[in-house]
Ligand binder design. Structure first.
Ligand code: KIV
Ligand code: ZN
Length: 559
């Protein structure tokens, strides 16, 4: 932008609230939630949802556990009206769910809205009119009194129409639209004037929804506005304070969180933040933020993949790969240091007896939202040995000894540098096979026989005699040896007759999981006389053979 264009803008004036108490508060329980996906979300789409899509979304929203669902603006369009009628006539609304319908403060439109909800069990009748300074000046050219009269008149029509439909349990909601751009004293006056008409009780409170129709300032300002409003209300206990934040500055989640600390009790928002312009507040992020603080959000988000699927299908807007909690890459680390920390954190978590989640770089256990550990670590040129070791363990059940990680890490690094892209798990496995399991040159194993002896009360303890046919550059050779175990006997024979001296410097073994048909794996590190060291790996149904193979594998790598 042009430098001088900044002069077109001025800072939002702060709220005079020296005794603000919200900064010392925290969120300790879930608010009541209202989904506005089918209204605010839908009206912001390039291609609004068709009936079938709306029904799919409504089903999802009830499954997730929303008890208030704003289903549309029935007086605004025939499709909205039809959707409302379909839900009611086909009996698709669970008994504990209220449908919410939006209406402007115009008599004929209110009447049409009541007609739309005829026969429903629970309805939130949501009245709004715009109250902001700017809209009064630029759009309506009305005084505060005239705007108030409009709201009050609408409220009276709603009160009277509701009385004609006693079979429905009505709750009333009023929104001073563009609340954040409205003088606070005026916003309070008009809400109280509407409340005077509706005569709420503690048993049947009104919903006063205070929207950040446009996000105009930092989140603390919205919190101040909410706290100011709550503190100055005449009948605070007769109203449920509802928050409805849009995301123009990208802070709707933060603004809503602070506003909950400031007295908000209910949140209107959408899945993944779909909505006008930059969207409405994202209830999935909000709810999961609570979840990660140990607060039950009272929404069931265990299958986030279904939420994404339905949401993308009905909105035709893809979820960004970095979208909090939902994006394809949000549980993935490519960088070596992050992978290493995650790997160690996961190991610690698996041994942890209290079940508490504490894994570096992962604020939430992906399985809590139906995602797997599979994607936690992916391998590209930024990755490191820890990540590679994690994949080998998680995907293939191979728990490589720590000292071996750098060696195989380097092998994979060469591959990623060469490929210039992410490596698939199969490619990593292939690299492992090529490096450790497939080489039979210069040394291979043809046959192996062992006699093990155990001498009770004998100093010798156990001994072993081996007779092995090894292949040296394809040529078979029989060697024999004795030792205190088969591996020892084999190494003695090999050193004497085939390879010359080397030292076995590290040995590890473990069985592979059941899915790998009870095989065992051995990892052996050897050091040659010239100081060259290398690892070898052997896999076999017999642990002795696995270790023999591992010795040959190591030799094949170092000679
Ligand atoms: O953003 C807004 O102010 C609205 C109102 C109608 C509540 O959507
Ligand atoms: Zn809105």
């Amino acid at each position: 932008m042009k430098k001088e264009a900044v002069k077109k803008y001025k800072a939002f004036a702060g709220i005079d609230l020296p005794d603000r108490s919200w900064p010392a508060k925290s969120i300790t329980k879930a608010p009541s939630w209202c989904s506005v996906d089918l209204r605010d979300g839908n009206q912001a789409l390039v291609q609004p949802m068709n009936l079938e899509q709306k029904l799919d979304l409504f089903q999802l929203l009830t499954d997730v556990g929303f008890k208030d669902i704003e289903i549309g603006f029935p007086s605004a369009a025939e499709v909205e009206y039809e959707f409302c009628r379909t839900l009611i006539e086909k009996n698709l609304i669970p008994d504990d769910v209220s449908i919410q319908v939006l209406t402007p403060a115009r008599e004929n439109l209110i009447q049409k809205t009541f007609e739309a909800v005829k026969g429903a069990k629970n309805v939130v009748m949501h009245l709004y009119n715009s109250t902001s300074t700017l809209q009064r000046r630029a759009v309506f050219k009305m005084s505060r009194e005239e705007i108030t009269a409009l709201g009050v008149k609408g409220a009276a029509v709603i009160r009277d129409e509701a009385a004609k439909q006693p079979e429905t349990n009505f709750r009333f909601e009023y929104s001073p639209e563009s609340f954040t751009g409205t003088e606070l004293d005026f916003a309070l006056n008009i809400c109280e004037a509407v409340m005077d008409v509706w005569q709420p009780t503690a048993e049947n409170p009104v919903i006063i929804n205070l929207p950040a129709t446009v996000e105009m300032a930092t989140p603390n300002v919205y919190a101040d506005q909410i706290e100011w409003f709550c503190k100055n209300m005449k009948d605070r206990d007769l109203a449920i304070i509802s928050l409805h934040a849009h995301n123009d500055r990208g802070c709707a989640v933060a603004a809503t969180e602070l506003a909950l600390m400031a007295g908000g009790e209910r949140v209107e928002g959408t899945l993944f933040g779909n909505g006008e312009r930059t969207g409405n507040v994202d209830v999935v992020t909000l709810a999961l933020n609570m979840f990660t603080q140990g607060v039950d959000p009272e929404l069931d988000l265990h299958d986030i993949t279904r939420l994404i699927k339905v949401s993308e299908q009905v909105t035709d807007i893809p979820i960004h790969v970095r979208h909090p909690y939902a994006g394809e890459l949000v549980y993935t680390a490519f960088s070596g240091t992050h992978q290493d920390a995650i790997h160690k954190g996961m190991e610690m978590y698996q041994q942890n007896t209290d079940g508490g989640w504490e894994v570096p770089y992962l604020p939430i256990d992906p399985t809590d939202v139906g995602r797997s550990y599979e994607s936690i670590i992916r391998i590209n040129s930024q990755s490191g040995k820890g990540g590679v070791a994690y994949i080998m363990d998680r995907e293939f059940g191979l728990k490589m000894p720590k000292a071996m990680h750098p060696e195989f890490g380097k092998i994979v690094q060469v591959l990623t540098d060469k490929a210039g892209r992410e490596l698939q798990r199969t490619e990593i496995w292939e690299a492992f096979e090529n490096a450790y399991l497939r080489k039979t040159n210069p040394y291979g194993l043809a046959t192996f026989n062992v006699v093990k002896r155990h001498f009770e009360k004998d100093e010798k303890g156990s001994t072993a005699e081996v007779e092995v046919v090894v292949k040296t550059n394809g040529k078979k050779k029989t060697i024999t040896g004795n030792g205190n175990g088969p591996l020892d006997a084999f190494c003695a024979a090999l050193k004497r007759d085939v390879t010359g001296d080397f030292t076995l410097t590290s040995y590890h073994e473990h069985s592979l999981s059941e899915s790998s048909s009870s095989k065992a794996v051995a990892y052996i590190q050897i050091e040659m006389n010239d100081g060259t060291v290398g690892w070898g790996v052997g896999i076999d149904t017999d642990i002795i053979i696995a270790s023999i193979k591992a010795v040959l594998s190591a030799l094949n790598r170092v000679v």
